[in-house]
Design a protein around this ligand. Sequence first.
Ligand code: PLP
Length: 383
Amino acid sequence: MLHTSYIEISKSALKHNIKFIKEHLHDNVLLSSVVKGNAYGHGIEQFIPIAEDCGVNHFSVFSADEAQRVKQVLQTNSDIMIMGMLDTDQLEWAISNEISFFVFNFERIENTLKTAKRLNKKARIHIEIETGMNRTGFLKKNINKLLSYITQNLDYLNIEGFCTHFAGAESISNFYRVQKQIKLFKNIKKEMNLPEFSDLKFHAACSAAAIRYPKTQMDMVRIGILQYGFFPTKEVLIDFLSKSKSKNNPLKRIISWKSEVMDVKKIKMGEFIGYGASYFANNNMKIAIVPVGYGHGFSRSLSNRGRVIINGHLVNVVGIVNMNMMSVDVTDLNEVKVGDQVVIIGKQGNFEISVGSFSDYSEQVNYELLTRLPGNLPRIVVE
Ligand SMILES: *Cc1c(COP(=O)(O)O)cnc(C)c1O
């Protein structure tokens, strides 16, 4: 391996998480595995095959480039659904490759029809409805117009689903807003009882909604963060634990991030460590240099406060995190030498560094931290 650090993906942890998710789905609810953002940083190429091995056969992405990466590594004929961006050229690619996609405005449905006619191929579409998030989706008042457009063009438009997305089901502060969305979507669902649409899939739930409001599961759920072993927020975890009268987080983190010691050095009391004067040695110290920095996704904001595990001990970052390196305080460790394993995320001995413990700044820190892990770090699948 030519890299200075690598990511491990645990297949058994994924299997465990998928089992947990399926246990919490009603019968016949299809699980779509959300793999946008490079499978939340886990690596599309590594994640898809193991997810298929765990019985997943539907994947959701944001864009055509992600869909193509998924398609290239599929082992079976799993479905791919694009939930976001597609320009006209990309629409053509999606339709020719029988990839389904969200349609959320009239421009897109018109472009879809034109392209499908030109290709003489049916487009597989999911109609997205605006229910209150105010992002993408058809407004309720336009649904009749939309339906008559669709019913006139059923030769080219295969309507596979009707969907919406909630504006923050992971926080109780959005309870009223989300309940309004659920009600509106259910009303629309009732009106859609037309023979042309007899095997439509209705879907709305992300991880938080599927766990917290099980009635939102309908025909399909789009699950991202849970399968990677994280609750969307602490709040959803606590809510789950109290409802299930349990004390332990039932999910397993599947990602670990590891590097190795690059150098060890003694520092005399009274010296500064690293750039500038941000860390002053009050004692004689020993530090280890780790070849991971903000350029590798270890945020500079973790200067003087981040932690890693070396030889089974939790040690602190000292000084500023550099582009490619950081220093950690190993004064109290007896034997630290070049080549010793450094755990940045994961477990070693009795200690574990979770993704969440990286930082408490943002509620959704897991999502952001994971997707910011550079795509070019090697990802290795382990049992
Ligand atoms: C990202 C996303 C999801 C999955 O969200 P999680 O909270 O990770 O489960 C579901 N639906 C849409 C439209 C999304 O963009």
